[in-house]
Design a protein around this ligand. Structure first.
Ligand code: NAP
Length: 435
């Protein structure tokens, strides 16, 4: 028998569990450990609440969790409740699938002012992550600024723009829905430090902005190169996104009270305000060798809320080598050290779609199988040993049956038309379980 621990129950963790389970069959026991009492990581806490079809992938993960030999072990914080060294002693291999839930810093003055929020925190707030449920972002001013030109920037712009009605069928948490309904924000400026040809926004997500009930995207023709230049774009998705932006130029925003303004060639240099964010000082840029270089021309964009959507980093774990430049674990094709692997965003940084994690998980499982031949025995105690450690420390883990109970209670608490009302505090989850 071989014993594997996967740390993190998001997409990367589940695909790795699926791959290891297929590779080793009945000759392996696999524990998927999560610090939260509930599974799915990014699917539950990152994917936008109005993108339910993307969240449906969790059904595939359910099948993995219910496979013989696979366990979900929630409410166990690795690096805190249990150390990596302990896991390496208990299991034949440990795979870190911890994602990239930390916000990257902007590195500009004023970023610590109240009202300046990283996207992990802001997204966590509307998605009911327990760490960010009490965030209370300031929505009382007319202007907001979003920094970054990726899909997270689009998610945030869309969530700030939608009417209550447009959230029907979503699982946005009640506290965010109520706060957003009372929001005074009317102008949302997306600061893009490079040009339309350099965005990281995908067409489906960008296209949604043209169909919002109360908001219209605003794009200026002067920011674009001549239309013929779009032919140089080899990435078909990017070419489509640029085409959509060009269509936005002609949209008539009349009758829509909110504006989503794309400000290209715009680099934030300082965030200013009396006791809270009030404006972002922006420097105009130009492209030099593909890089955004400041021109020296600056201007102020008012903002009572600033959300920086500039990418994420993997949290460090004591004793695990870390790449500070890229904000992920140092690894060679997923291997960190003897018996220790990483996968997903913790391996390659925060890029790609949910589906990218599937080949990633399978590749790491192949690496594990090359080092630990299926059918062999390593004499490790695996989950039984972990259970003893948890018992000694009075750490009460949750299992998949517990999650099913929580899932049912969340479904029961849902608003009409919504799949669930997420509980946002550990205490609420644990009280469902009678603890
Ligand atoms: P991202 O796609 O890497 O975009 C980050 C953006 O931030 C880039 O436009 C980057 O500009 C900009 N940026 C970085 N540092 C900056 C700085 N200091 N000042 C100003 N701008 C800065 O990251 P993301 O939006 O967080 O998304 C992460 C991943 O999740 C991506 O793969 C994304 O596609 C995926 N995702 C997918 C969906 C979906 O499919 N619906 C939804 C959300 C996220 P430069 O290019 O100039 O560096």
């Amino acid at each position: 028998m071989r014993h594997f621990a996967i740390v993190g129950s998001g997409p990367a963790g589940f695909y790795t569990a699926e791959a290891l389970s297929k590779t080793y069959g009945e000759a392996a026991r696999i524990d998927i450990i999560d610090k939260l009492p509930v599974p799915y990581g990014l699917i539950r806490f990152g994917v936008a609440p109005d993108h339910q079809s993307i969240k449906a992938v969790a059904k595939r993960y359910d099948k993995v969790a219910e496979t013989d030999g696979v366990r979900f072990v929630g409410n166990v914080a690795v690096g805190d409740g249990v150390t990596i060294e302990e896991l390496l002693g208990l299991y034949d291999a440990v795979v870190l699938a911890t994602g990239a839930p930390n916000d990257r810093k902007l590195g500009i003055p004023g970023e610590d002012l109240p009202g300046v929020i990283g996207s992990a925190a802001f997204v966590g707030w509307y998605n009911g992550h327990p760490e960010f449920a009490a965030l209370s972002p300031p929505l009382d001013e007319g202007d907001a600024v979003i920094i970054g030109a990726g899909n997270v920037a689009l998610d945030v712009a869309r969530i700030l723009s939608k009417t209550r009605r447009e959230f029907e069928g979503s699982d946005i948490v009640g506290h965010a829905l109520d706060a957003l309904e009372g929001s005074a924000i009317r102008t949302i400026t997306i600061l893009v430090r490079r040009g339309p040809h350099q965005i990281a926004m995908t067409p489906k997500e960008l296209g949604e902005l043209a169909h919002l009930a109360a908001a219209a995207p605003i794009v200026e023709a002067e920011d674009f190169p001549p239309a013929g230049d779009d032919k140089v774009l080899e990435d078909r998705g990017l070419a489509k996104s640029v085409g959509l932006l060009r269509e936005f130029i002609a949209l008539d925003p009349a009758g829509k009270p909110k504006r989503i303004v794309f400000d290209f060639f715009a680099k934030p240099v300082v965030i200013e305000g009396e006791g809270r964010a009030q404006r972002v000082i922006v420097e105009r840029t130009q492209l030099e060798g593909g890089r955004a270089v400041g021109t020296g021309e600056t201007y102020a964009v008012p903002a009572g809320l600033v959300v920086s959507c500039i990418g994420y980093a993997t949290p460090m774990i004591p004793g695990v080598s870390y790449d500070h430049q890229d904000g992920r674990f140092l690894n060679d094709h997923g291997q960190i050290g003897d018996g220790l692997y990483c996968v997903g965003w913790a391996r390659r940084g925060p890029t790609g779609t949910i589906g990218t994690n599937r080949p990633d998980g399978y590749e790491v499982a192949e690496q594990v199988a090359a080092a630990i031949p299926p059918g062999s025995d390593g004499g490790k105690t695996g989950g039984a040993g972990l259970d003893r450690v948890l018992c000694d420390r009075d750490i009460r883990a949750t299992d998949f049956a517990d999650w099913r109970q929580i899932e049912a209670a969340e479904a029961e608490a849902a608003r009409p038309g919504s799949p669930r009302e997420k509980f946002v505090r550990h205490a609420d989850w644990l009280s469902v379980l009678g603890r």
